[in-house]
Design a protein. Structure first.
Length: 263
């Protein structure tokens, strides 16, 4: 059922936030690191399963036996060039910083304009800013990343919720730490997750209804290699790997498949 992955993701954030509010900052750093490493290894497994779609019989029948690998390679190269020229990774990071600054400033201004004593006003401003910081910071972590897009598209395409289930585990664990440090604002981030990932799930449903199986296989295999990049970041092997700059490859893959199949 399309959307199930996002629903699981939302439930994980709600449960994690509740645990974080209850536990405070008692979770050891070493435990967080071990769990992140384990999830990184699972991402590699899912990446391998998705990348195996390069061997799809439908894709081979459409473009020839040797072409599927070249299509994935061409998609990553062309997509990477477009993404780096557009500076997608850098722009996403800048968007996060801008949102945090704007929302925090507006929250502080709104509280400052409200009536009340100085002490009460200062306490309200602090609580409001903390709520906004919790909402913005957690939302950015949950949404600004390739796994949110890849997982939601995969769910909509009917390829299962494996990627979003994995993201749910990551987000659930991260929400514990966020809620412990920043309070209930983290819970509000589930609304952003619903809207953002829901939109990409609907896009996947639309693509799945118009794209042939060969095109979907090329897109899935290309997305699998992007997941390898996600895993390398989680495992701290290449934390500076700009996976977001490679996201245009997901658009290039079906286009290249159609072009090669036409000849």
């Amino acid at each position: 059922m399309p959307g199930l992955g996002t629903l699981v993701n939302v439930i994980a954030i709600v449960v994690g936030s509740g645990l974080g509010l209850a536990l405070g900052g008692r979770l050891p750093e070493r435990t967080r690191t071990v769990v992140t490493d384990a999830l990184g290894l699972v991402v590699l497994l899912i990446a391998a399963l998705n990348t195996a779609e390069v061997l799809s019989a439908d894709l081979a029948a459409a473009v020839g036996g040797a072409a599927p690998t070249l299509i994935v390679l061409g998609s990553l190269l062309l997509g990477g060039i477009v993404g780096s020229l557009l500076r997608i990774e850098q722009r996403l990071e800048q968007l996060g910083r801008t949102l945090r600054a704007v929302l925090t400033r507006r929250s502080a201004a709104a509280v400052a304009a409200s009536p009340g004593s100085g002490t009460a006003e200062g306490g309200a401003a602090s609580a409001s800013e903390r709520f906004v910081e919790g909402f913005v910071s957690s939302s950015l972590v949950f949404l600004v990343g390739p796994l949110a897009i890849l997982g939601a598209l995969s769910d909509g395409l009917g390829n299962g919720i494996d990627q979003l289930a994995l993201k749910a585990a990551l987000d659930g664990f991260a929400s514990i730490a966020f809620a412990a440090a920043l309070g209930p604002g983290v819970l509000a981030s589930v609304l952003a997750v619903l809207v953002y990932q829901g939109a990409f799930t609907l896009l996947g449903v639309a693509l799945g209804s118009v794209l042939p199986d060969a095109h979907i296989a090329a897109l899935t295999a290309t997305g699998g290699l992007l997941l390898v990049g996600v895993a390398l970041r989680l495992l701290r092997i290449r934390e500076d790997l700009p996976v977001a700059d490679l996201l245009p490859a997901l658009l290039v893959a079906p286009l290249l498949t159609a072009l090669v199949a036409a000849f």
